[in-house]
Design a protein around this ligand. Sequence first.
Ligand SMILES: Cc1ncc(COP(=O)(O)O)c(C=O)c1O
Length: 394
Amino acid sequence: MTSRITTDEIRADEARFAIPTYAQLPIAVVRGEDCTVWDADGREWLDLYGGHCVAATGHCHPRVVAAIREQAGRLLFYSNVMANDCRAEALRKIAATAPEGMSKVFLCNSGAEANEAAIKIARRTTGRREFFAMRNGFHGRTMGALSATDLGHYYEDYQPGVPDHRFLPFGDLGAAQRAVTERTAGILLEPIQSMGGMTTATAEYLQGLRDLCDRTGALLAFDEIQTGVGRTGAWWYGSHAETRVRPDVITSAKGLGSGVPVAAVIARDEIAAKVKEGDQGTTFGGGPLACAAVSATLDVIRDEKLAENAAERGAEIADAVKGIPGVRGTRGRGLLLGVVLDRDAKGVVKSLRDHGILSGSTPGDAAVLRILAPLTLRSGHVARFAAALRKVLA
Ligand SMILES: Cc1ncc(COP(=O)(O)O)c(C=O)c1O
């Protein structure tokens, strides 16, 4: 199926009318189904980039689409000024996936907004201002989230940011123990720094941060905007059997609504109890359409065992690329995977496109090729990727 206008025409219109904030691929996407997307010229792409880590249930999963269609015909929107059946269901379902004792949820619209809310919750519930995030971490483009983002030019260009925001070297528990005190409001980190190069926190490091926060009263927040909703093989990173570290707050977005914009802050009950009416709010947060997408997404991930599939396919990719000349190893977990190369990944990402495969690079480590595939990925896709990678690297 082709769209009415060509890739070149669509790209020319975007270039003419959009404020030029994005470096775009030379593709105009018009349709998607499961792990495949099609461009305006009818070309088919295997989407290992997952629509930017968003298409958790695959593109246009029929159950998600049906839920959105049904809700669109019933009630598109009403704000939090009134309760709503769809919102109640989505809140209950998110809470059911969360670690024990984390049954309170604030719904908003984007990852950055969820992190803003987490930072405010840390301030409100501790009465402190000093806030730590990690070097090479990424938390979003609004000023609070940006002030917790130490990656490339994103924050550098917009200094000064929020006062009393500081950075810790990721993975260095000693440095955290020296810096975090009774003056600290909170620590925010990604369990896997995806944009930073798929650097993965160890269970000992996460537990060490948990102990440190318990000792100092600082709030521990996991940014699970990429790691969450099953992508690494468990609903949330701290739920993995060998990790079992319960943060005080989890932020989620990306795959949570399978592509309908929605984000969530999941908080420990005692923390949520300290939040006051009016502390946080957003018109569109928890709208019925987004909540229908959330409920259907979580149902599909559970019913189709997509977290389990993500763990298996991730291990299968790691296995399949091992031994390919030019591959140094893999980082990350499940379908949040970095293939470490002996060369710049950008050129390899481009060459993989010649084989009809979409993947990503990272600003944090030039040698890392990123896989953020739909959690519905199958073994056939893995084999196709490995064969193409072998050819490209040869
Ligand atoms: C780990 C992480 N946190 C936060 C964000 C910001 O999310 P959003 O773009 O929805 O604001 C992103 C986006 O890529 C992310 O990867």
